[in-house]
Design a protein around this ligand. Structure first.
Ligand code: SAH
Length: 330
């Protein structure tokens, strides 16, 4: 099978150039499809891998919404891009303490990660695409660091799309004074999620690196072995991500008939969900791990760490209660 590098070079040779979105899609499909990139031995670490508290508080958020929606019996829990399945496992454990044990549906394209997920979550059903979700009951959809992996397009100020060529043995993206990003793939995914929720009821929780509102500029980045790397080198062997435009995602969701809450900082959201109490309870049960628990909480919530760069946005279906953790405009 040709490597992603060979495939990209062949396409560029045939077409002259390709879009940034095509480059990113090809590179990430291979990257995620061929490995488990998460954890200390991998390339990057995500919030659910830092501490069980993250997934647990997502579970509490879901169970609370379900509870105040008068406990529909046919609710399904859906996760997009579940990685190792850690968030879903921790969330389901927390939900079960509140009396909720929903069927689990995972949207995942990577065969390598599906295998890891199956070991952690044998009861799950898998889907390739959000559109493949079937049934009529309400859904709670969770996506952590999913939208940032979807392909982006880049344009210059005049609206011309910036293209990628291969010259002198390397990939080069056309230069521009100002780079303007958009992600039709992310908007499409958002519309599909919002469409399901508007029709079936339920809600969604989306957590990701957010682009500062109103800012422009190139945010495509690569990460390899926990270090920033050049996104134009070795496509398919490093993780490519871009900052998520929550403003655009929220507008698209609203236009599909759901209510949008936030985005708010991950730190504020976790504080509002009671991470302080959860950390104290865990430390009481595991006194030998007190420092580790405190440092995980800090990593997830401190403004200089993940607390501010990461944003949390929720969607709810018409008629569903206000979700926990967002300052409601009273
Ligand atoms: N949510 C996990 C993993 C984040 S990494 C965590 O927080 O640890 C991104 C995840 O999205 C991986 O599981 C990857 O395989 C999946 N993914 C990336 N692009 C995808 C796509 N187009 N469709 C479905 N899953 C995708």
């Amino acid at each position: 099978m040709p490597s992603p590098d060979q495939r990209l070079r062949r396409r560029i040779a045939a077409e002259g150039s390709i879009s940034v979105a095509d480059y990113m899609a090809e590179a990430n499909a291979h990257y995620y499809g061929s490995r488990d990139p998460l954890g200390a031995a991998g390339d990057f670490i995500t919030a659910p891998e830092i501490s069980q508290m993250f997934g647990e508080l997502v579970g509490v958020w879901i169970a609370d919404l379900w509870s105040r929606a008068e406990r529909p019996i046919d609710l399904h829990f859906v996760e997009l891009g579940p990685g190792r399945g850690t968030l879903a496992r921790d969330a389901l454990r927390a939900m079960s303490r509140i009396g909720l044990a929903p069927p689990l549906e995972l949207v995942e394209t990577s065969p390598a990660l599906r295998e890891v997920q199956a070991a952690n979550l044998p009861q799950a059903r898998w889907h390739d695409r959000i559109t493949d979700l079937d049934g009529d009951g309400p859904l709670i959809v969770v996506a952590n660091e999913f939208f940032d992996a979807l392909p982006i397009r880049q344009h210059d100020r005049e609206g011309r799309e910036l293209r990628v060529r291969f010259a002198d043995g390397r990939y080069v993206r056309e230069a521009a004074e100002m780079v303007i990003e958009s992600s039709p793939a992310a908007l499409e995914a958002m519309a599909e999620v919002a469409g399901h929720i508007a029709r079936r009821g339920g809600g969604a929780l989306i957590i990701d690196y957010g682009r500062p509102p109103g800012s422009v500029g190139d945010t495509l980045q690569a990460v390899s072995a926990h270090e920033r790397a050049d996104p134009w080198v070795a496509p398919g062997s490093r993780d490519l991500t871009a900052l998520v435009d929550f403003g655009a995602l929220g507008e698209r969701a609203t236009s599909c008939g759901v209510r949008v809450h936030g985005p708010t900082g991950q730190g504020d959201w976790l504080d509002a969900m009671g991470i302080g109490l959860r950390a104290a309870a865990l430390a009481r049960r595991h006194p030998d791990r007190t420092e580790e628990i405190a440092s995980a909480r800090d990593r997830l919530t401190a403004p200089g760490q993940m607390g501010r760069l990461f944003k949390v946005m929720a969607l709810t279906a018409p008629g569903w209660p206000e979700p926990a953790g967002f300052m409601s405009a009273m």
